[in-house]
Ligand binder design. Structure first.
Ligand code: TMP
Length: 237
């Protein structure tokens, strides 16, 4: 596998072409942003942790029937993935009120829902990733009705699997964001990453935040929290 030119640099990852038109290499950075890039910083060692963690979780999901973009971990920070055309939706599943949900609806963080919720936002930095519903997504041509049905099914199943896994690690899965893409045959796969950047993870006993909220809210101990989550994951996977 030959690494070729850089195609794209995002907030947390770089993407490179390879000599295979169907495969890409993603490289995880330590850069962290929040509030649509307004807050910038570095979480030292984050790229290494997120690469490994996302790959382990995607392999676990794949075994349970969720197709993902994962192909092979190449190094500490680099992974070979299937080339996808990203469905421009951020798919957010919530089990417990927190973050923008708590703010929007005036509910305390920590309120446990009777059933998980799903929401979509339009992945568009210029517009600030506005919230939208399925009909909006179809009207905007972001995905078809069938693709949205598939995405919902995969997202709720991912929640069921991840919630159970994190519970074994003594971690409560509060909410998370997924992104999906289409591979060359048109089928939908889970893409992007699953990490403390994209999930809210609370210690089940103490409620301590073990995710990117430590950076977003200037709580300190961000590196230690990421390392703790990684440690528990490797002990239980
Ligand atoms: P929110 O409460 O800010 O809407 O975030 C919900 C979940 O989505 C939370 O686990 C963090 C994650 N998330 C991302 O991964 N990327 C983003 O740009 C945002 C806003 C949230």
């Amino acid at each position: 596998m030959e690494k070729r030119e850089q195609l794209y640099e995002g907030k947390a990852k770089k993407v490179f072409a390879t000599d295979d038109p169907e495969l890409l290499i993603v490289s995880y950075k330590d850069d962290a942003t929040a509030f649509n890039g307004l807050k910038k910083g570095t979480i030292s060692g984050k790229g290494v942790i997120n690469n490994r963690m996302s790959n382990l979780l995607m392999q676990m999901l794949e075994k349970s029937g969720i197709p993902t973009h994962f192909v092979e971990e190449l190094s500490e920070r680099e992974t070979l993935v299937k080339k996808v055309s990203i469905v421009p939706l951020e798919v957010i599943i919530r089990n417990i009120a927190a973050g923008s949900f708590s703010k929007r609806y005036g509910r305390d963080e920590g309120e446990v829902f009777s059933a998980p919720t799903i929401e979509f936002s339009y992945k568009n930095d210029e517009l600030g990733d506005p919230l939208l519903n399925e009909y909006h997504a179809i009207a905007l041509g972001l995905a078809t009705k069938e693709e949205i049905e598939t995405i919902k099914r995969y997202a709720f199943e991912t929640n069921r699997l991840l919630k159970a896994f994190w519970a074994e690690c003594g971690i409560t899965l509060v909410d998370f964001k997924l992104e999906f893409g289409k591979i060359s045959d048109g089928s939908i796969v889970l893409a992007d990453e699953i990490s403390p950047d994209t999930c809210r993870l609370w210690d089940s006993k103490t409620g301590e935040k073990l995710d990117k909220d430590r950076f977003r809210r200037d709580l300190g101990g961000t590196e230690e929290a990421y390392a703790e989550v990684m440690k528990r994951l490797t002990e239980h996977i």
